[in-house]
Design a protein around this ligand. Structure first.
Ligand SMILES: *[C@@H]1O[C@H](CO)[C@@H](O)[C@H](O)[C@H]1NC(C)=O
Ligand SMILES: *[C@@H]1O[C@H](CO)[C@@H](O)[C@H](O)[C@H]1NC(C)=O
Ligand SMILES: *[C@@H]1O[C@H](CO)[C@@H](O)[C@H](O)[C@H]1NC(C)=O
Length: 401
């Protein structure tokens, strides 16, 4: 375990070093042909954190082709509802990790209805509508599609975390808060169906970006804790008789010290993983993204979040561990030719190393495919530079262990 961490930290440090070298020459292109001697000291006597063996994780989202940001529509057919599961590059790209953790979710997960035996299939899913929360109408997951996805994940050896709709049953009040208890009945039906079919789910996660001030809307921490307990008891029930039960993850939102403190104190036994999201570079539209990615002080800015969450978990009477459940650097789908290009590795490797050093167990990159920050190209499925970096880290680790 600590080998992975060390190699990540080392690569991260090397990144910094290479950056410092290139930066000091005030040139980014000619430096490639120069060589500079340097000494890097890595203190390998004691591990500073431990992470899961399958630390590497990537996301697949729900965004439909009509999702556009700043005039560009970068999602193509990368949604859980329309991704081409017969594509052999996709299959092999996931297989190469065996196992790759894949977290299924994102903004629109809190608007998805799962097909049940009784339900009438609506004729539409996720229509663009500016008057709707998150800009789209409700989505619908037919069980035939859920079957295809599970068969695909089984074939690729992926470890799946599924993000459940946490807004069911709540109403949005005049202050924009989602109030009332979570109605778990549709989620329970999906979980029962999944178990009946023998599909393996590693974790069930409740909600997306509803913590703290939320994105679009928010849910109070006390209410969220009680809903998380409901999810835990559903999982205990449905998986009764299974030796290994799936994990319960929540809240999948941005770290907010007060909200997370209350939430963690109120969910001591019902939660295995505290998930949080990171978009520390601002919007995908910002003109200075590359400068930010290459500025160590910008990259370090997020370390306080890792530190605060780590100390909160240490102080609390909880067995829960921390994961980064979604992280794409620049929000609103990233930026073409930046967050899918070589330069983004400086941010990504730094994140992997930094999060590991604060005891993060798993780090989910937004996205495996889709938007401008995919590890794979949205249209061709061909790996982007960050994908190769990951494969390298993963294989290096396997050689050590
Ligand atoms: C390396 O880390 C260990 C444990 O934290 C510490 O005791 C030791 O002084 C460090 N060595 C150096 C050379 O910094
Ligand atoms: C795939 O399904 C088979 C049969 O149910 C099961 O034995 C195997 O563990 C599954 N593999 C994964 C990676 O989920
Ligand atoms: C929860 O939702 C279902 C429909 O999915 C509905 O039949 C049920 O009455 C709801 N439960 C509560 C407590 O509102």
């Amino acid at each position: 375990m600590c080998e992975i961490m060390r190699s990540l930290v080392i690569i991260s440090l090397l990144c910094y070093w290479v950056y410092m070298e290139t930066h000091s020459h005030k040139s980014s292109i000619s430096v490639a042909s120069q060589s500079t001697e340097g000494t890097l000291f890595v203190n390998g006597t004691a591990a500073i954190g431990f992470m899961d063996d399958d630390f590497v994780c990537a996301t697949i989202d729900w965004w439909p082709p009509q999702k556009c940001d700043y005039g560009t529509c970068s999602w193509g057919s990368a949604s859980l509802l329309n991704l081409d599961l017969d594509n052999s590059i996709l299959l092999n790209a996931i297989k190469a990790f065996s196992p790759l953790k894949i977290r299924l979710g994102g903004t629109l997960q809190d608007k998805v209805i799962y097909q049940t035996e009784e339900s009438q299939q609506p004729s539409t899913s996720f229509l663009k509508d500016g008057s709707e929360l998150f800009g789209f109408t409700q989505g619908y997951l037919p069980m035939s599609r859920w079957d295809q996805l599970n068969i695909f994940f089984n074939k690729t050896g992926a470890v799946v975390i599924f993000g459940l709709n946490a807004l069911r049953g709540r109403t949005i009040n005049s202050q924009g808060a989602a109030v009332g208890a979570w109605n778990s009945s549709n989620a329970e039906s999906l979980i029962r169906y999944t178990v009946k079919r023998g599909y393996r789910i590693h974790g069930w996660e409740l909600g997306n970006e509803l913590s703290g001030n939320g994105v679009g809307t928010r849910v109070a921490a006390g209410q969220y804790a009680s809903d998380t307990k409901s999810l835990q008891s559903i999982v205990q029930n449905v998986y009764a008789g299974f030796e290994a039960k799936p994990q319960v993850l929540a809240p999948g939102g941005f770290f907010d010290e007060n909200w997370f403190t209350e939430f963690i104190h109120k969910t001591p036994q019902s939660l295995q993983v505290v998930t949080h999201h990171i978009y520390n570079l601002g919007p995908g539209s910002s003109g200075d993204l590359i400068q930010k990615i290459l500025d160590p002080s910008v990259l370090d800015g997020i370390s306080q979040t890792f530190k605060s969450l780590q100390s909160l978990l240490e102080k609390s009477n909880t067995p829960a561990v921390a994961w980064v459940g979604e992280s794409g650097g620049a929000y609103n789908s990233g930026h073409n030719l930046v967050t899918n290009a070589f330069v983004f590795s400086f941010w990504y490797l730094d994140q992997l190393g930094m999060s590991a050093s604060y005891d993060t167990k798993t780090y989910c990159r937004q996205t495996l495919i889709g938007g401008n920050y995919g590890l794979l190209d949205t249209n061709t499925f061909v790996p982007n530079p960050d994908y190769y970096r990951l494969v390298h880290i993963d294989h290096e680790d396997q050689e050590h262990s």
